[in-house]
Each structure stands twice: as C-alpha cells, then as structure tokens.
Design a protein around this ligand. Structure first.
Ligand code: UDP
Length: 241
C-alpha cells in the first residue's frame, strides 16, 4: 500500500455495495438518506478524477435462495433477485444525478427501456469519460451472487482494487456482532480467507480476485469518509491480497 497522501492512490476502483447497505436501520428496501450519503461520497471522488465502477446487490429486496426456501423455483427467484439489483442501481443513479454526477446503469440482462446493456468496451469508455458506472443484474445468470459479479467486472474493466462494503469494519475471526472477543484482521492472504472460510465474499469471488491478482479491501460502509480514506491510501478495514 502506498503512503497516505493528497492524491488518490487508485485511479480505477470497483466498489461492491450490498443491497443490505441501502436499508440503513430499516428491515427492507432503500432509505433515501442512506443512499444520498453514499452518493455524496461517490460524487466527490468522481469529481476528483477517480474512476468508479459499482456493483450493487439486491438483498434488501429479494434473494433467490430465500425465495427458493419458501418454495419458489430457484431460477425464478434468482431472476427476481437480479431485477432487485436493477431497482437499487436506478435509485443510486438517481441520487448521483441529483448531485450533478454523470452516471450510467449497465445491466447484465437486457432491459433496454430502463438502462444500457452491459458491454465491456462501452463500460470502460464511460469510466474513461468520467462517468460512474453502476453494474446491475449481477452476472446475468442464476446461481451466482453479486460478489462474483463484482470480481468479474473488476477484472473486466481493469480495476486496481476491489472494495467490499460491509456492515462491520473488516474481517474478523468470528462474528463480532455475536462474539465480543472476536479479533479483526488487518491483512490476510486469499488462501487464508478461502481455507478458513472467513466471511468476506463468496469463494468464487475470492478465487477470481486471487487468480487475477486484484487486492480486496473489506470496510465498514456506514462510517462516513471510509471510501475516500481508502482511495487516498489509508489503511482502513482489512486488506486481502
Ligand atoms: N443474483 C443472481 N445472479 C447473479 C447475481 C445475483 O441470480 O449473478 C440474484 C440472487 O438471487 C441473489 C440476488 O440476485 O440472491 C441478489 O444478489 P445478492 O444476494 O448478491 O445481493 P447482496 O447480498 O449483495 O445484497
């Protein structure tokens, strides 16, 4: 990690934002003040020339596995989950545009009237032109997660760093919400995460980051300013590399 400075350390970054992050303290859906806080930080970084791609989850609305557990066909459930990510993406796009930030939602499933199709070259062009790109609908395939979509898009667009926004301030050896003695790791290797089954991202996503050598930083999304600190080189949360 380069030293903390007055310039961004990273030029192009992929941020994975879970649907859960958008709920704030609600049980479901999107809290407008939460999404606008995220949008403000993203807009500021965008104005400073940082190229940001964002993969957004859908767990605040629907998850395919949960729907399947209540009796629905898994593939239909996953289609609903992917559509939920599109709704979140549109909400974030709106919040960014209210700040005057240029933004494009690109979906892995075709919904022409609502947003653009995901096309790698076009996504890179948008980033180069200073637009925030929100990648919606995960990978476009059932049985995958938006974590895997995030590592896939990070590799495809050539991101230097993948940021996983979570509800806690890094990776612990146990669930810190249940175990007060849980210890937070400052740095981990990909193998440590995979072999110890640490709750970072799903294994497919971690393996892809490992194979493609993309460092991954896990941080608390609810602490304002964290995203900026990381991009300016501060050692926030847990680094997996
Ligand atoms: N999903 C999918 N394929 C993908 C990505 C997502 O089928 O490539 C579906 C899946 O049902 C998942 C839901 O979309 O449960 C929402 O995504 P995820 O659970 O990753 O959202 P998050 O937990 O980040 O909010």
């Amino acid at each position: 990690m380069t030293k903390t400075g007055s310039q961004p350390v990273y030029k192009r970054v992929l941020l994975k934002l879970s649907g859960e992050a958008l709920m704030g303290d609600a049980e479901y859906g999107i809290q407008p003040e939460v999404i606008s806080r995220f949008a403000n930080e993203i807009s500021e970084l965008n104005a400073q020339g940082v190229e940001l791609g964002i993969v957004i989850g859908g767990g605040n609305i629907f998850r395919g596995a949960g729907l399947a557990a209540s009796g629905m066909d898994r593939v239909s459930g996953d289609h609903m989950g992917m559509l939920a990510t599109v709704m979140n993406a549109l909400a974030l796009q709106d919040a960014l545009e209210q700040n005057g930030t240029f933004c494009r939602v690109m979906s892995a499933i075709r919904i022409h009237e609502v947003c653009e199709d995901y096309l790698r070259r076009r996504a890179i062009r948008h980033l180069e032109k200073g637009r925030v790109v929100i990648f919606a609908a995960g990978t476009g395939n059932p049985f995958f997660t938006t974590d895997t979509a995030a590592s896939l898009r990070a590799v495809e667009v050539g991101a230097e760093l993948m940021l996983k926004a979570t509800q806690v301030d890094g990776v612990y050896n146990d669930d810190p919400r249940k175990n007060p003695d849980a210890v937070r790791y400052n740095e981990l290797s990909y193998d440590e995460v995979i072999n110890n089954r640490l709750a970072v991202m799903d294994t497919t996503a971690v393996v892809m980051c490992q194979e493609q050598n993309i460092p991954l930083r896990v941080f608390d999304v609810h602490e304002s300013g964290n995203l900026t600190k990381i991009i300016y080189g501060e050692d926030v949360g847990t680094l997996v590399k």
